[in-house]
Design a protein around this ligand. Structure first.
Ligand code: SAM
Length: 300
């Protein structure tokens, strides 16, 4: 069976190839996170259902699948900051960080703030989150989301993450890196892939710089998560392999609440550190959401 280019090169990695290929033709399911910083979960559910939304609980706290996607970003619950529409897989890096109230957290590539706001919610708006992003235009969306969701524990910075100046080390670091976004690819009516990004940026070089900086800003004993929404091992396992060689980072296994697969330990004739199997891969046909990758790293 043939997948469309450029996904065809992943034939040996993707499990259940036929199901994966079939899933590319269906739209991604919408999910919504209920913001308990603004109102109790039951009250938000009551209001959403009163407005005609059909919601179904997922395996992840505060996350629901929802019908009527057209009202997700315009209804009163959205305007009041009761809801944050997101992919269910976007919750995974936040859960893998095992965040506690009162901690210090760095989100190196934060805009528009899906994961920043989720982390602040878990922290009960206590402690401190530093949310950074390189793109000024996306900072506007990040700040609007923080305001809409009523979050006050987050400081926003706008620079290249590789050059972030800070004298402080963080209990938790998230590097949700810029990537090719292959986990979002879909087929249109004419069988052409959509959501493809243009441009010839050397993404692995940027990702390696960001993950190294994130690790350097992590306090001893702290946890860092590196995540992307791409299938490409050059942007995933190879980046973490580079970090393991450059720093004494330790990869930790983690049990996700959604269907997952181990990280690959060789790709395109290159062998990676065997511990790369502790990375987690997620595919759209198994989760009904964006394809995803994450690595959980501990600084000893
Ligand atoms: C996958 S998106 C982040 C999504 C975000 N974490 C969320 O959950 O809403 C990657 C982000 O990295 C930012 N970015 C790209 N290069 C960067 C760099 N060198 N330093 C910091 N941010 C960067 C992009 O502007 C983009 O907002």
């Amino acid at each position: 069976m043939q997948l469309p280019e450029p996904l065809n090169r992943y034939q040996d990695i993707i499990p259940g190839l036929q199901e994966f290929a079939d899933s590319l033709a269906s739209p991604l399911k919408p999910f919504v996170r209920l913001n308990t910083l603004k109102a109790p979960e039951a009250a938000i559910l009551h209001r959403l259902r009163g407005e005609g939304s059909r919601l179904k609980k997922t395996a992840i706290r505060w996350l629901y699948s929802i019908e009527q996607e057209q009202r997700l970003r315009s209804g009163t619950c959205y305007q009041l900051g009761y809801t944050y529409p997101q992919a269910i897989t976007s919750a995974l890096p936040v859960l893998a960080l095992d965040i506690r109230p009162g901690q210090s957290v760095l989100d190196l590539c934060a805009a528009p703030g899906g994961k920043t706001t989720h982390m602040a919610q878990i922290m009960g708006d206590t402690g401190i989150v530093v949310a950074n992003d390189r793109k000024h235009g996306r900072i506007t969306a990040l700040m609007a989301n923080l305001k809409r969701l009523g979050i006050t524990n987050t400081v926003v910075t706008n620079c290249r993450g590789e050059f972030l100046a800070t004298g402080m080390l963080f209990n938790r670091v998230l590097v949700d890196a810029p990537c090719s976004g292959e986990g979002r690819y879909r087929l249109d009516k004419n069988g052409r892939l959509t959501h493809m990004k243009a441009g010839a940026t050397d993404l692995p070089a940027i990702q390696k710089g960001l993950v190294q900086k994130g690790y350097d800003l992590l306090a001893p004993g702290g946890i860092m998560v590196y995540s992307t929404c791409t299938i490409n091992p050059d942007e995933n396992e190879a980046v973490i392999n580079h970090l393991l060689r450059k720093r004494g980072a330790v990869l930790e296994p983690w049990q996700p609440p959604l269907a997952w697969h181990r990280g690959v330990t060789d790709w395109n004739g290159v062998e990676y550190d065997k511990n790369l199997r502790f990375c987690r891969r997620f595919y759209a046909h198994e989760t009904g959401s964006v394809g995803f990758f994450l690595a959980r790293i501990r600084k000893l």
